[in-house]
Design a binder for this molecule. Structure first.
Ligand SMILES: [Zn+2]
Length: 332
């Protein structure tokens, strides 16, 4: 994995951690699932050794150019239901502030996020038809599948595979290709393609995990003053190279829904997929958004740019692994 360029360690810094799901999963190519047990181990370790601060405190400190070193900020992206069912009780048990970046279009959806559905169809289906035709962005793409059943060995390869490793099966290769092509589209076009995939694969059991939070769950989270609900755009587009009007609309819709439905006045945004461009920064400035987070692994200092704050993704790892990987020394 890419290692961030570190400034001298004597400068006070804040480390922001990025979580997505707190649950187990049969496959996890993006490394976004942390089991409940590992999550509790991590939170207990962090709480006992560091100062856990809210994103509001972080923004204040960066705005005032006055950082309290040794601070950690916890963030969760997308708004998965397991944040409510699995993460919330542990965060409450250890009295930890946390920020939940939510893509508002998916609240209450009874089908998984599109990237989860793609994963379920391509990496879990035991048998798939031999040929898949997709029309993506006006171009026809054809993919060929091995029609025989997935073997136990292949299933195990899928279970262990992470995106940064060489794809061990053709299905993994095709999964990455299709994901990359869909990711840059707008949600309607993505959903049209997912619908084609769903019909093509037929009788896939989507289960009821991997779902977004519902209305009640977001509302309950928003009631705890330790928790911050913040923006992750409305439909989770890859903002890069999109028109500024579209980018602004995505931020505005999200802000408005959080405000009208949950009385949340958010001025903080996490870019979907960590992607942004100069138009994104213009839109953020025009809207007066106070702080934005990327997914690039870097520490936060007194003079960090509040519009591109770095975060470190947390994996399903032990406290020792987390400590060593992020170099979490006593007085970092
Ligand atoms: Zn996201």
């Amino acid at each position: 994995m890419k290692k961030a360029l570190q400034l001298p360690s004597f400068l006070p810094r804040i480390i922001t951690l990025l979580y997505h799901r707190v649950d187990t999963s049969e496959t996890d190519p993006w490394g976004i699932c942390v089991s409940i047990e590992k999550f509790e181990e991590q939170i207990q370790f962090l709480k006992n050794n560091f100062n856990i601060i809210s994103s509001g405190d972080l923004i204040k400190q960066v705005t005032n150019h006055n950082i309290t070193g040794g601070s950690i900020c916890l963030t969760f992206d997308d708004g998965y239901a397991d944040n409510y069912t699995n993460a919330k009780p542990i965060l409450e048990k250890y009295n930890c502030p946390a920020t939940f970046f939510i893509s508002t279009a998916f609240i209450g959806s009874t089908i998984p996020f599109w990237w989860e559905e793609l994963e379920i169809i391509l990496l879990h289906s035991i048998k798939l038809p031999g040929k898949l035709l997709l029309e993506i962005g006006g171009e026809e793409h054809s993919y060929t599948f091995d029609e025989s059943r997935l073997t136990d060995k292949q299933l195990l390869q899928h279970a262990n595979w992470k995106w940064y490793e060489y794809p061990p099966t053709d299905r993994c290769k095709i999964f990455l290709k299709i994901w990359g092509k869909l990711k840059v589209l707008l949600i309607d076009a993505i959903e049209t393609n997912i619908e084609v995939l769903r019909k093509w694969a037929s009788s896939i059991n989507m289960g009821n995990s991997r779902l977004p939070m519902n209305d009640h769950q977001v509302s309950e989270l928003s009631k705890n003053p330790k928790f911050t609900i913040a923006m992750h755009t409305h439909t989770h587009p890859d903002l890069k190279e999109k028109e500024i009007t579209l980018q602004t609309e995505e931020m505005l819709s999200c802000k408005k829904i959080l405000n009208t439905k949950y009385s949340v006045d958010s001025n903080c945004l996490a870019y979907p997929y960590g992607q942004y461009d100069s138009n994104t920064i213009k839109a953020v400035n025009n809207m007066g958004i106070e702080a934005c987070f990327t997914t690039s692994p870097s520490d936060i200092y007194a003079y960090s740019d509040r519009r591109i704050l770095g975060r470190y993704q947390v994996f399903n790892e032990s406290r020792t692994s987390l400590k060593n990987r992020l170099n979490l020394l006593k007085n970092f």
